[in-house]
Design a protein around this ligand. Structure first.
Ligand code: GLU
Length: 550
């Protein structure tokens, strides 16, 4: 084994002992059963909706147990760091209202970025080296490739283990010689001698009893000495951090299940109490032939920004995700589902399908329950970021916007479900706003073509309508104006009559009212016309009717 003096010389002289950190991060004083959970995003890419899914579960389990949820940025892979990723994390956590309970400056267990915890990791690496539980490895890329090649040729498992681990039992003199030469090295964990061929059993909070092959590899725990800062690998950092942050429950993606045997060995070797693991099944996407993992590279809906940019209300998305985690929550109304704890033992082991159509329905149902002022506030907040022109208009036309939002919403049993997300606002409500509405160019405007009504008749009818227009409160009375004028201008009283003798009439009452609808809304489909006129106000209604007359 290497001499302690040689080992200590590899580290800063003032590096604290593990005991210092143990004292600095004492066990938390929390009620019995309180769970400390953490979400560990890596800024090597943007947050995936699956990340929000896991973070939601983390936060929920901690909160309902009286514990703590924290976000720990796992940025030890600095070469792969993506610019802007950290800001995007912050945006995403903020949008979905799932901030960390502890942050730098507000928490006793930080720093909460792994890159700022270098000294902590080094204390523990030195400790393992001192006890021969880890060792410096000088194997070059070429040597490692050669080892793999020979293992493949011999049809045995590849890896750096047992007799293949060329520096595992190296003579201290050989190690010293390399160190004196200044050769770069990594530090490897010494896998337990008896690991080869062993199986380990552990209990997963979602999956129950699991059994896996024990780890036999001498895994790298500290990256190459020719890099600064000198950072650990994920495996090692996770063990040290989860221990010192006093995490009790690690909820993470199922891709980490195969690392549990190594992680349990690390906890054991470091003398830490093991944490409980809960491995979440990934979100899936339906494909022609079945389903596959939602992929950051090919599926736009995998990224969190997709939801933020489209303006899906955060509560609707969270509600949807909770339903994917625990099917019974999808059966509850939104408010109740958001307040009901997620249970790990009810999370499925098969990945749930993300179905955007379902999400849009949920979202439309949810928005339909909101009062107009709340919708307006949310649309404005969304537009402030993604549609500046709309913000200016909504600012100038607040009253009109609120009136528009009452149409078929206030005082009705089945409120309109015309908004699935905030970006739908322009298409659904834009016509209310003079700034966004192009009045017809006259009776030959192309938007009228589908109605097939003669232009001269249209112009006369519109002229008469505008001339005698009464802005009546009563919907029936208001509509009677159309009925009377339609009759006067020769429209059939109903569609049936018109169909019997299509040449006798310019159209039926249906076409007559559609002319007004297109004049007022620009479209043959719109909310209730009378309600629209009430929101627009008489002067604007008249302006639009006159435009129809040409
Ligand atoms: N940083 C890891 C990842 O992004 C987190 C894994 C964990 O939660 O332990 O996948």
């Amino acid at each position: 084994m290497l001499d302690r003096v040689v080992i200590d010389a590899l580290f800063p002289a003032d590096l604290p002992e593990p005991a210092y950190w143990e004292h600095h991060y004492p066990p938390r004083e929390l009620p019995e059963g309180a769970q400390i959970t953490r979400f560990g995003p890596s800024p090597t890419g943007f947050v995936h909706i699956g990340g929000i899914y896991v973070a939601t579960i983390d936060r929920d389990v901690a909160a309902h147990s009286g514990g703590v949820y924290l976000v720990r940025v796992e940025d030890t892979d600095q070469s792969r760091e993506v610019e802007g990723a950290l800001a995007q994390f912050a945006r995403a956590f903020d949008y979905f209202g799932i901030p960390s309970d502890e942050t730098d400056g507000h928490g006793n267990y930080g720093p909460y970025h792994q890159s700022a915890r270098e000294r902590i990791y080094l204390s523990y690496v030195r400790e393992l080296l001192r006890h021969g539980k880890a060792y410096p490895c000088f194997a070059t890329k070429g040597e490692l490739a050669d080892i793999t090649g020979r293992q493949q040729a011999a049809k045995i498992p590849t890896g750096y283990y047992g007799p293949w681990a060329i520096w595992r039992d190296a003579e201290p003199a050989a190690v010293r010689a390399k160190l004196d030469e200044g050769a770069p090295y990594v530090v490897r964990f010494r896998a337990p001698d008896n690991a080869n061929g062993q199986r380990v059993r552990f209990t997963d909070a979602i999956r129950g009893e699991l059994e896996h092959e024990a780890n036999r590899n001498d895994t790298v725990i500290l990256k190459s000495s020719d890099q600064t800062p000198r950072l650990p690998t994920y495996h090692f950092a996770h063990a040290v951090d989860d221990h010192l942050m006093r995490v009790t429950l690690v909820i993470r993606g199922e891709e980490w299940i195969s690392s549990v045997p190594l992680h349990l060995q690390l906890f054991d070797t470091l003398g830490f109490d093991p944490v409980t693991y809960a491995h979440i099944a990934p979100l899936m996407k339906k494909t022609a032939g079945g389903k596959r993992k939602l992929s950051k590279r090919t599926d736009p809906e995998a990224g969190v920004d997709f939801y933020i940019e489209a303006g899906y209300p955060a509560e609707a998305v969270l509600y949807y995700l909770r339903g994917l985690a625990n099917g019974r929550l999808a059966e509850l109304p939104l408010e109740q589902a958001l307040a009901t704890p997620i249970r790990l033992d009810q999370c499925g082991v098969a990945g749930p399908l993300v179905d955007l159509v379902k999400l849009e329905d949920i979202s439309a149902d949810h928005i339909a329950t909101l009062p107009g002022p709340q919708i307006l506030a949310a649309v404005r907040a969304w537009a402030a970021q993604f549609d500046p022109e709309l913000v200016t208009i909504l600012h100038a036309e607040r009253d009109l916007a609120l009136r528009a939002l009452t149409v078929e919403r206030d005082g009705v049993d089945n409120p309109r479900k015309d908004l699935r997300k905030w970006s739908d606002f322009r298409a659904a409500y834009g016509f209310f706003f003079p700034q966004l509405f192009a009045p017809l160019s006259g009776p030959t405007d192309e938007r009228l073509i589908p109605l097939g009504v003669d232009a001269t008749i249209t112009a006369n009818y519109a002229h008469d309508f505008a001339y005698g227009y009464q802005h009546l409160d009563d919907p029936q009375e208001w509509f009677n104006q159309i009925r009377e004028l339609a009759a006067k201008h020769g429209f059939a009283a109903n569609a049936k009559e018109y169909k019997k003798n299509p040449d006798t009439y310019p159209g039926s009452i249906r076409e007559a009212s559609q002319l007004i609808r297109v004049a007022l809304t620009g479209s043959t489909r719109s909310p209730d016309l009378h309600a629209v006129t009430q929101a627009l106000g008489a002067p604007e209604v008249l302006r639009r009717l006159r435009a129809l007359a040409g």
